[in-house]
Design a protein around this ligand. Sequence first.
Ligand code: PMP
Length: 398
Amino acid sequence: MFENIQSRGVDQILAMMQTFKADARETKVDLIVGVYKDAKGDVPVMRAVKEAERRLIEAEDTKTYVGISGDPVFRGQVPALLLGAGSPVIAQERVASLQTVGGSGALRVGCDLLNAVMPAQKIWVSTPTWANHVPIATDAGLTVDTYPYFRPSDRGLDFEAMMAHLEAHSKAGEILLLHACCHNPTGVDMSLEQWQIVTDFVVERGLIPYVDCAYQGLGNGMEEDAAGLRIMAEKVPEMVLASSFSKNFGIYRERTGALSVIAKTPEDLTKTLKAAETLIRSNYSMPPSHGARIVATVFDDADLTADWRSELDEMRVRIAEVRQELRAKLEARQVTQDLAFLTDQNGMFSYTGFNPEQVTKLREDHGIYTAGDGRINVAGLTPENLDAVADGFAAVLR
Ligand code: PMP
């Protein structure tokens, strides 16, 4: 039977990582993978995370199951983090969170939940979107359709086309997937005015907003990066949110995420959580403990929280500075095209607009690895490789 398996094709990014590993050149540069790297090119364990782990190891006195919905302290912290402590939705007891296996697990449980309530319902995703959104939604049974988002001409947001498309084609009850901040792969985000317009449209059309929040704190700050989704959360009757702590805590391999649901009433919320729990039970039964305990320990201690925030701020500032430096170095190399997109886009990713030929040239001639679609991880740039990358980029751009 296994001989009949049709390959679905590996995620392009994973395939590119294999090629990078096999490249023997010492000067090769990895701008592929979406992990934060410091100025030395390392993927560090954050100070507050190390300290929380030390405390956890000492205090841990059991390895019994954590329960289907995960760590209660962690679950209690997530709504305020996303919606703000003063959110009326929290006061109305209309929101709750479940611990999941990373942000991907949150997205999957959320899609399973939506598909359980509305089988094969349409979910609208941006063009482009994170490569895993489509398989996650499809495998959950939902029907994926796309709306325009990125405009290649200025490497910015084509908001008019996005709204015109949704206006013409979306129907009540359909799901609208949005990125909270630091859009992956483009780095192009909506302004708060645009969030307001989408919110009004979602309410008027009766869409279900599903917000993926994987980079809170890495764009403009913890509060700033959630400002758009907060506008929406206060206006819509129902909403689903998937969050990941992989990036803002640097705990990628601990698989820490949360699925949050906003319901019309506390009674609806209870029913929804129960439904999500049955889906989790038949999937992986219960989440792991460690990552959520790290997050809970940090947020439960004011000093650890302050230290975590200051280190997260350093990461965010480094990303913004590297964007400026790359732009300046390209301008100094007489690249004449408008490079404002490099500093306008937010977060770790930049959609360079390199075509497949340029991507190949960068890889083969310069040892600079980008994702196949030209996306670069800006955090992969370091003082050591920045000049070489600028030389390579300038060579393919001129
Ligand atoms: N959503 C987006 C947009 C992402 O970029 C990622 C991570 N690459 C995730 C969700 C999932 O993150 P996690 O590693 O926590 O599953």
